[in-house]
Ligand binder design. Structure first.
Ligand code: ATP
Ligand code: MG
Length: 380
């Protein structure tokens, strides 16, 4: 563990504090699938300038620091927020709804790291198959910050982005410093190396952006898409995010299905967003009624379904299906999920079209237990 202090350039006292506060955790399971990494830790909390999810690794090449992906602040209104926040031009990108993945090169292979800093065996195997690693031969010091989206997701299952899983680059950053590259570099790299990048929907002046944003968010919402991220073309100003009403409703639907596993903040913030959006979109009665209905359905319907499930003696679960090339990676992934604190019931893997297929049910333990407790006649 001594390499951590050295890699982060910490004074002995700062290193000691890191240990005392217990914010370092092992980031991977040792296995020859991770052969370039001798040992790795992740930060479970922000520490000094280092974001939560920062990874410190001892590799066959030396030390590596991969900074955590920074928080993106949320706009609740477009006007006057955009005008105040940005400098000149604003890039409007689609916000895709999957899970955050940093892809880096260590030694001879690429590695996929989750938002919280775990080396994910599943994501790493998929990335090695899908992502062109020539990029890293030319830019070994950079990381690709991607949204991993699709139906075969261990974390965020969505059909709208297609079957399987795919990677869409949204930022390119220096892994050691977190310095983001300009948007045009991302576009160039995507052409040059054939990456998919998140759609760039519009580039406009900060004065005109709020009108455009309302239009775009309405359209995206109707297509079941999550929302937008607004960025400075040079990436010198922190980006801000904004989500569609349909996406807020989808989140609430999810959160209330698993109401005891999700924080109250998660729910409240999504409801508050709807209030500001309705106000700014200047809705007529019909539109407002539609929004109210959408919100009400999202909150109540899934919860009622969960209660029904448990009343029948079942657990509240979420279904997943993933594919693996290598059976050992599949087993590694199962161990990894446990380390992440996910409770799951796995079915026996089967072989199909060259892949080992793993199906599992993620069990929402807290919600299941709570409902069961109440149905037995206990008080809240
Ligand atoms: P935060 O980033 O604020 O901590 P969070 O973890 O709750 O928030 P989200 O609300 O999903 O996450 O919003 C930020 C995330 O959106 C990013 O971490 C990234 O994974 C994802 N994302 C999708 N599309 C983009 C995009 N075009 N630009 C930046 N991030 C994007
Ligand atoms: Mg997200």
């Amino acid at each position: 563990m001594n390499f951590v202090a050295e890699a982060l350039n910490l004074s002995p006292s700062a290193a000691k504090r890191l240990e005392e506060r217990n914010i370092l955790r092992r980031a991977l399971i040792s296995h020859n699938f991770f052969s370039d990494v001798l040992d790795a830790f992740k930060l479970d909390k922000k520490f000094g300038e280092f974001e939560e999810g920062t990874v410190i690794a001892k590799t066959t090449d030396g030390f590596e620091v991969v900074r955590g992906y920074p928080k993106i602040r949320r706009a609740l209104t477009f006007y006057p927020t955009i005008k105040r926040h940005f400098r000149d031009k604003v890039v409007i990108e689609e916000k895709m709804n999957g899970y955050n993945t940093r892809i880096v090169l260590f030694g001879k292979n690429i590695y996929a790291i989750t938002r919280r800093g775990f080396f994910c065996p599943y994501t790493t195997e998929r990335a090695r198959e899908i992502v062109n690693d020539d990029f890293f031969k030319d830019y070994p010091e950079l990381m690709l910050c991607c949204e991993a989206v699709g139906s075969e997701s261990p974390f965020v299952v969505k059909d709208i982005y297609g079957k399987g899983i795919d990677f869409y680059v949204f930022d390119i950053r220096e892994k050691k410093t977190n310095k983001p590259m300009p948007i045009r570099f991302k576009e160039y790299v995507s052409e040059e190396y054939g990456f998919k990048i998140v759609p760039i929907l519009e580039i406009c002046t900060k004065e005109a952006a709020h009108v455009k944003c309302i239009e775009i968010v309405k359209e995206l919402g109707e297509k079941g898409r999550e929302g937008i991220v607004l960025k400075d073309p040079e990436m010198e100003i922190p980006p801000i995010k904004y989500t569609s009403s349909q996406s807020n409703a989808a989140d609430l639907n999810y959160a209330f299905r698993f109401f005891n596993d999700y924080g109250k903040d998660f729910m409240l913030s999504r409801i508050v967003r709807e209030g500001f959006q309705s106000f700014e979109f200047n809705e007529n009665d019909e539109e407002m009624d539609e929004r109210c209905k959408r919100l009400g359905v999202a909150i109540l319907k899934p919860m009622i379904e969960s209660i029904k499930e448990v009343s029948k003696g079942n657990k509240v679960v979420e279904n997943h299906r993933l594919r693996f090339k290598d059976r050992e990676v599949l087993d590694l992934f199962k161990i990894q999920l446990k380390k992440m604190g996910v409770e799951a019931e796995f079915s026996e893997p089967y072989f199909e079209d060259g892949y080992h297929i793993l199906e599992f049910k993620r069990i929402m333990v807290s919600t299941t237990d709570k409902i069961s407790h109440i149905l037995k006649g206990n008080l809240w």
